[in-house]
Design a protein around this ligand. Structure first.
Ligand code: HEC
Length: 113
């Protein structure tokens, strides 16, 4: 079987994330927990910021912490960096081409390496 990062990430996402963050369709930009699909704002954060958020449940780019923020568990210890990278690859499949291009640019600007 030819498993891609996206398909591995989709499995992790279904098990660990979809219950709170929903799937590829529906929702609005103000939903809490945020939708990761094209209707949310996840694409406005660079890869390293998303990975940090998933690992530690905090990010420098989320300046005003929502009261519900503590509802997001830190996945450090439960998911390794490869899992987290795959989940982000899957999340990217939920965006439009324009959102993907814009997020790629952000990642170049904000993430080292
Ligand atoms: C128990 C519910 C819950 C689960 C499970 C959960 N999250 Fe979250 N997540 C939240 C909440 C609530 C926030 C909003 C935090 C904030 O506003 O500071 C959030 C925020 C985020 C953000 C930053 C906001 C954004 O979208 O730009 C990312 C990225 C994220 N979660 C990814 C994930 C991933 C990937 C998983 C699965 C590995 C996951 N979350 C599992 C509740 C959850």
């Amino acid at each position: 079987m030819n498993r891609t990062p996206e398909s591995r990430g989709a499995q992790v996402y279904q098990v660990s994330c979809a219950g709170c963050h929903g799937g590829p369709a529906g929702g609005t930009i103000t939903d809490q927990p945020p939708k990761h699909n094209a209707n949310g704002h996840t694409w406005q954060h660079a890869d390293c910021e998303l990975m940090q958020m998933i690992r530690d449940s905090t990010t420098v780019s989320v300046s005003s912490r929502h009261p519900l923020a503590s509802a997001m568990p830190a996945f450090r210890g439960r998911l390794d960096d490869d899992d987290i990278r795959d989940v982000v690859a899957y999340i990217r499949t939920m965006w439009t081409d324009d959102q993907r291009a814009s997020q790629r640019q952000l990642t170049r600007e904000r993430c080292a390496g």
